[in-house]
Design a protein around this ligand. Structure first.
Ligand code: C5P
Length: 220
């Protein structure tokens, strides 16, 4: 059984580069990392029609099922596996089948509101906020939503102005005060390299502790 030893939260606005930072800082630890995207914890909206689901404010904290995220994260931190929901942006809802996630040395909780909830913040060992200019973020968002998520440009712009931007200002940007470190310009290489070393050291030191841990009564 693996008890995670280092839990990292990565927050920041849409298109800031959170996923890229998560990937780069854990590149050298191989299988020892589990990523928990908080998008997977959007409330189950199966009771609504697709059209209604499309018009939800997905940038407000109330769009997320925080209880489930808290429960599943603490279960994982106790060394037990979870059945993580998987989100489908095209249908604005969870997929039918969850994904079994096993605990690993490093756990990353990643999403626009990863530093919003007090209980989640307490479970994190390192809180990061990725800060990228709004113009760069909206350009990335347009590219992603139109190309990968099959949305039309006008809809993306409307959503940005009506919910994404105001919620960013009201909830996401202020959550920066909970960060231990703010990473400017998204995945900048100096920050990424320093964090990569830190993550590697955490995994390494834990392995060392396991290896060094004496056994038998004389160890006391
Ligand atoms: O990856 P990123 O951090 O950008 O994902 C969060 C964004 O996903 C939010 O800004 C939200 O507006 C968007 N979203 C969406 N449609 C959904 C669920 C979330 O556009 N059905």
């Amino acid at each position: 059984m693996t008890i995670p030893s280092f839990v990292i939260g990565i927050a920041g606005g849409t298109g800031a580069g959170k996923t890229t930072v998560a990937r780069l800082i854990t590149e050298n630890v191989g299988e020892a990392v589990t990523r928990i995207p908080i998008d997977n914890y959007y409330e189950d909206l199966s009771h609504l029609e697709l059209e209604e689901r499309a018009s939800i404010n997905y940038d407000h904290p109330s769009a997320f099922e925080w209880d489930l995220l808290r429960d599943q994260l603490s279960t994982l931190l106790e060394g037990q596996s979870i059945e993580m929901p998987v989100y489908d942006f095209e249908i604005h809802n969870r997929k039918e089948d969850p994904k079994t996630v096993e605990p690993t040395d490093v756990v990353i909780v990643e999403g626009i509101l990863a530093l919003y909830d007090e209980d989640i913040n307490e479970m994190l060992d390192l809180r990061l906020y990725v800060e990228t200019d709004a113009d760069v973020r909206i350009l990335r968002r347009i590219q992603r939503d139109v190309i990968e998520r099959g949305r039309d440009l006008e809809g993306v712009i409307d959503q940005y102005l009506s919910t994404v931007k105001p919620m960013h200002e009201q909830f996401i940007e202020p959550s920066k005060k909970h960060a231990d470190l703010i990473i400017p310009e998204g995945a900048n290489s100096v920050a990424v390299n320093l964090l990569e070393e830190k993550v590697q050291a955490e995994v390494g030191s834990d392995a060392m502790r396991d290896w060094e841990r004496p056994s038998g009564p004389s160890a006391e």
